[in-house]
Design a protein around this ligand. Structure first.
Ligand code: PLP
Length: 395
């Protein structure tokens, strides 16, 4: 029986690459080299009171997999415009990219309706989630968030001495804003909100969240992780970025990994009050971690609105295809505002992963509230057809 998973086995573990609940980024940072995470006898990692993840004992050979639907990546990226920009940028790689980074920041600031001083760049938004957590929780305190949620900021906060106040999601899997507000006490240093939320894919209505952030940010800073927001459709999907012009102490994280198709090229940003960012940037530097090629690639993908619109359209079509087929097979999914869908399965998560991997399909398996769930990322339509076929065969 294996009771602990150490750094080496985490890195070897099949599903620990960039994505989902993001443990690998913490581990590979080095600061957590000595960390060990408790797993149970079934090789499940405990994230929270409500959430556990299943892992295979052996990492599958990714090159033989037919569909990688485990990391919420964009199957269409990077855009052609980005590929060209990256290639053209290589010869400038002997210089630091200050000027080009400033150009990217200007473009982002313009789009978000803020000044460049409101932007902090990072090699992916994970980097910013972690840096904010490192600086803010150095002297302890607590962080309030939903459970289940994306664990990147919370794991780092806990690792440097904070405690986590985990507030269960409501029955529709949205944030329980009333209970979250009640949980704030004199030691609370931040509220973390992931909207749409990973791993459940749900949305917390924009109007309710605007009201919550507007009021509660007078007491503590509120970090709103909007990694999937650009893929969300329908009512209630507004960004919290407008609160910055009202001088509210909110921090909005965005990524180039999803709609812009650049997960492996690593670019993300935070929009926040300059005073808040000064505190983080006094100790850490975000933009310093982004390569010249990625900066130029990001400028291209940022401007490639056609690619973004096409990604969104294809994502919506694939989700509809998966919804329709899950319904036919009697699975009940949580409606998704992201590029992944989660649904309960009538099988142990590890057995499910073993069977799906044998068919060349990589997905994630969780226990949430002691039920088994499959989380599948949207790939291309062909990949989704393979997924549905495999699901029909294994269940
Ligand atoms: C909710 C959420 N936030 C942040 C990230 C981190 O993305 P990246 O570091 O690639 O920008 C992810 C990745 O899957 C995510 O799901």
């Amino acid at each position: 029986m294996k009771n602990f998973i150490n750094r080496r086995s985490l890195l070897k573990s099949s599903l620990m690459t960039i994505s989902g609940l993001a443990l690998a980024p913490h581990i590979s940072m080095g600061a957590f080299a000595g960390s060990s995470f408790t797993v149970d006898s079934r090789n499940r990692l405990y994230y929270s009171p409500l959430l556990r993840e299943h892992f295979l004992d052996e990492r599958p050979n990714v090159s033989t997999m037919m569909a990688r639907l485990n990391a919420n990546e964009n199957p269409y990226g990077p855009p052609e415009s980005t590929k060209k920009a990256v290639m053209d940028a290589v010869s400038g790689g002997n210089r630091y990219s200050w000027k080009e980074l400033a150009t990217l920041v200007d473009k982002i600031a313009k789009k978000e309706g803020v000044s460049p001083e409101h932007i902090m760049m990072g090699p992916g938004s994970s980097d910013l989630l972690e840096k904010v957590a490192l600086v803010l929780f150095m002297k302890g305190g607590n962080v309030v968030s939903a459970d289940p949620t994306y664990m990147s900021l919370i794991r780092v906060a806990e690792a440097v001495g904070a405690t986590w106040k985990a507030i269960p999601c409501k029955s529709d899997w949205s944030h329980d804003l009333v209970e979250m507000e009640k949980a704030i006490d004199k030691d609370t240093k931040m509220v973390y909100i992931c909207n749409p939320n990973n791993p459940v894919g749900s949305i917390t209505a924009g109007k309710d969240l605007l009201d919550f952030c507007s009021r509660v940010s007078e007491k503590v800073p509120i970090f709103v992780d909007e990694a999937y927001l650009e893929l969300a459709e329908g009512k209630g999907t507004e960004s919290m970025v407008s609160l910055l012009s009202k001088n509210k102490n909110v921090i909005i994280a965005r990524t180039f990994s999803k709609i812009m198709g650049m997960a492996g090229l690593r670019v993300g940003y935070a929009v926040a009050q300059p005073k808040f960012l000064d505190k983080i940037q006094k100790i850490t530097r975000g933009g310093m971690g982004i390569s010249h090629t990625s900066v130029l690639g990001a400028i291209a993908s940022f401007e490639d609105t056609e690619f973004q619109a096409n990604t969104k359209k294809m994502n919506t079509e694939c989700k509809q295809y998966v919804y329709d087929n899950l319904t036919k097979m009697n699975y009940k999914y949580i409606p998704s505002y992201t590029n992944f869908i989660i649904f309960p399965i009538a099988m142990n998560g590890k057995d499910f992963l073993t069977k799906m991997t044998a068919k060349g399909i990589m997905v994630r398996a969780f226990d949430i509230q002691n039920k088994s769930w499959c989380r599948v990322s949207m790939g291309t339509m062909d990949e989704m057809k393979m997924f549905i076929k495999a699901l029909g065969e294994v269940s």
